[in-house]
Design a protein around this ligand. Structure first.
Ligand SMILES: O=c1ccn([C@@H]2O[C@H](COP(=O)(O)OP(=O)(O)O[C@H]3O[C@H](CO)[C@@H](O)[C@H](O)[C@H]3O)[C@@H](O)[C@H]2O)c(=O)[nH]1
Ligand SMILES: [Mn+2]
Length: 612
């Protein structure tokens, strides 16, 4: 019996899951909108595609063809391209079994047609495909023009059964089977845009020739949502073309009848379900409220929904406004009974010898003649320590306190001089003077003095005199006793005097220690007895070239000195140490003591090239 050959040409696609429904619909509409005269067919796997979805497909596809799902039982290679979802892509080989068709132009469900490539049906080749953008020597299996035949089908299903595919899916399998026989189509039949790389000049140059655009990868336009691309790149332009077809057929404002919810459900941002009654969790059934069911895992909240935060429980926590200090109740403060003594030193504790004031100092001691009142600038007091400037006077005892400096007579005399002058100035009516005693104390008084009978001498603090209040000119202040005038103070003369005294003392010491027998000896230089031991043979009477007899006091610090040409032949360091007057800095001559020669003698700037 002769096998009946197909006579019809169809565009065919594939739907393995409901989630690709928007893609399959947009593809069909794009071909129809482009005016194709060919029929549209779609292969579906009934075990994984719902009835509602099939019904939707039937609205645009002429043929919805159920096929058996072919699963890759060795899906390891699918993980190489991170697409485990393509476990049933082998189902695509069922195309070769559709021998009721003469020619099939197969198109993936993630393709949008800019124009209907009907010319592909006229190709003489039994298999044609366009290059894959990831590896252009291979072909992409998203667009294929093929002649169904059982020969290829058996061969392909045998490979599929064994899981023979370098990528674990149909593309790997078909490239292995058709690698030497395929007819290469122009890329314009299967343009695969990339958000990461796009050959923009080529796109500009050739975009008018694009027949179909294929959104490879897992991020399909309906998965990404309408707002995903707005940057105006070629990629965004192509995504925009997909949305243009979708909107033309499924956007609410463009259609006379409401678009099918099942389609919107699989398009990100599109699902806006009709109002239903739901019972919120935890509410009694009779308190049913009108609310919209909303799948938050898939869609943004309904436009007319209320803010959710309004339902949060409200709680206010106020700071305590009670100003009274906390006092623990008595039960928390039990009277601490001392434990009965065990050790002898506990029973016979010595009485403390250190004496403390009977009561702690008040932060501001009361005004009394016995206790100096610390006011204004002296308020560095704390309850525990009293003031920093006050200590108990050993003679006064009791509660009488004085300042430490009150016992320095020089200070007292100075203050007396100042205060008497101050009195004169005031009596002459100079400066701004407060009229009442109270105001005066506010301006210039720092310390309240003890009464006349309590103080041994005039115990005062050298209080800062308010210049504004008293009008005292600082230049008029008398100098303190024993302090020379600034003009008499000549530091260099004083230094000279000190040096002279030092030298005299040194000479005296020298005489005393040497007893006058060795005038060349120098005090201050350590002398060590060199132990006598036989020198190596031939070493007798040999002197080290660096040996220098010590000759104080004309020794200077080892400064590098360039000698005059007349003294050549003697090492510069030796010349300096020997005290040649022409090389000695004059300032060093005042030094009374010799300085030990440095152990390291050069080379330094004093050594010139070629010098001995
Ligand atoms: O969950 C799924 C997955 C796939 N498909 C169908 O199978 C096709 C292939 O899957 P797709 O996501 O488009 O794969 P691509 O990202 O395009 O990946 C490449 O690799 C696949 C596996 O080799 C090939 O099938 C593709 O043609 C090729 O472009 C889809 O278009 C659909 O028609 C579904 O219906 N549901
Ligand atoms: Mn695809």
């Amino acid at each position: 019996m002769a096998v009946q050959e197909g006579t019809e040409d169809v565009y065919a696609s594939l739907l393995l899951t409901d989630t690709y429904l928007p893609g399959a619909l947009v593809l069909a509409h794009s071909l129809r909108d482009a005016g194709t005269t060919k029929k549209l067919a779609i292969l579906i796997t009934p075990d994984t595609v719902s009835k509602e979805v099939i019904n939707q497909l039937k609205t645009v596809y002429d043929y919805v063809i159920p096929v058996e799902r072919v699963r890759n039982e060795r899906p390891a290679n699918l993980f190489l391209m991170n697409r485990p979802d393509l476990h049933s892509a082998f189902t695509k080989i069922a195309l070769w079994k559709q021998t009721q068709f003469r020619k099939i132009v197969y198109i993936d469900a993630d393709v949008v047609a800019y124009r209907a490539p009907d010319e592909l049906f006229h190709l003489p080749h039994s298999f044609s495909a366009a290059p894959d953008i990831g590896w252009p020597d291979l072909f992409n299996t998203g667009v294929m023009a093929l002649t169904p035949n059982m020969g290829d089908y058996y061969a392909l299903s045998a490979m599929a059964e064994r899981g023979i595919s370098f990528d674990g899916a149909d593309q790997g399998l078909l490239n292995m089977h058709f690698r030497n026989t395929y007819n290469r189509l122009s890329f314009s039949y299967n343009v695969t845009p990339s958000a990461h790389y796009q050959y923009v000049p080529a796109y500009r140059h050739l975009s008018s020739s694009i027949s179909m655009v294929h959104f490879i990868g897992s991020e399909k336009p309906w998965v990404q949502g309408r707002q995903a691309s707005t940057t105006g790149t070629p990629f965004d332009e192509m995504v925009g073309r997909w949305w243009a077809v979708y909107d033309r057929h499924y956007r609410r404002s463009n259609t006379s009848t409401p678009p099918p919810e099942i389609v919107q459900y699989f398009v990100k941002g599109e699902y806006n379900p009709t109002t239903t009654y739901v019972v919120p969790v935890g509410e009694p059934a009779d308190k049913t409220v009108k609310s919209e069911s909303w799948d938050a895992s898939r869609h943004s909240p309904p436009i007319d929904s209320g803010p959710e935060a309004a339902n949060f429980p409200q709680a206010h926590y106020n700071m305590s406004s009670d100003a009274t200090p906390y006092v623990a109740s008595a039960e928390y403060l039990p009277e601490r009974d001392r434990p009965t003594p065990i050790f002898p030193w506990e029973a016979n504790q010595p009485k403390p010898t250190r004496v403390f004031p009977e009561r702690p100092l008040d932060p501001v001691p009361p005004k009394s003649p016995q206790t100096p009142r610390i006011t204004q600038t002296s308020q560095l007091s704390t309850p525990a320590t009293g003031t920093l400037s006050v200590h108990p006077a050993p003679s006064a005892g009791g509660n009488t306190w004085t300042n430490a400096w009150d016992e320095v007579p020089q200070i007292n005399r100075y203050v007396e001089t100042v205060s008497s002058k101050h009195q004169r100035t005031r009596s002459q009516g100079l400066g701004v003077v407060s009229s009442t005693a109270e105001e005066e104390s506010k301006i210039s008084k720092v310390t309240d003095f003890p009464s006349e009978e309590d103080r041994p001498s005039l115990p005062v603090t050298p209080a800062p005199v308010g210049r504004l209040a008293t009008g005292v000119d600082e230049s008029e202040l008398p100098a303190a006793d024993g302090v020379p005038e600034q003009a008499e103070w000549d530091p260099s003369a004083r230094l000279d005097n000190l040096a002279r005294q030092h030298l005299e003392a040194f000479e005296l010491l020298k005489k005393l220690s040497s007893g006058g027998s060795q005038p060349d000896e120098t005090i201050g230089v350590h002398h060590r007895e060199i132990p006598s031991r036989p020198l190596p043979f031939g070493s007798e009477n040999v002197k080290s070239p660096t040996y220098v007899p010590f000759s104080p006091p004309n020794v200077v610090s080892p400064q590098p000195v360039k000698p005059p040409s007349t003294t050549t032949g003697v090492p510069p360091a030796i010349r300096v140490l020997a005290g040649s007057p022409d090389v000695l800095p004059s300032a060093s001559s005042s030094s009374p003591l010799g300085i030990s020669p440095p152990s390291y003698q050069g080379p330094g700037p004093a050594f010139e090239k070629g010098e001995p």
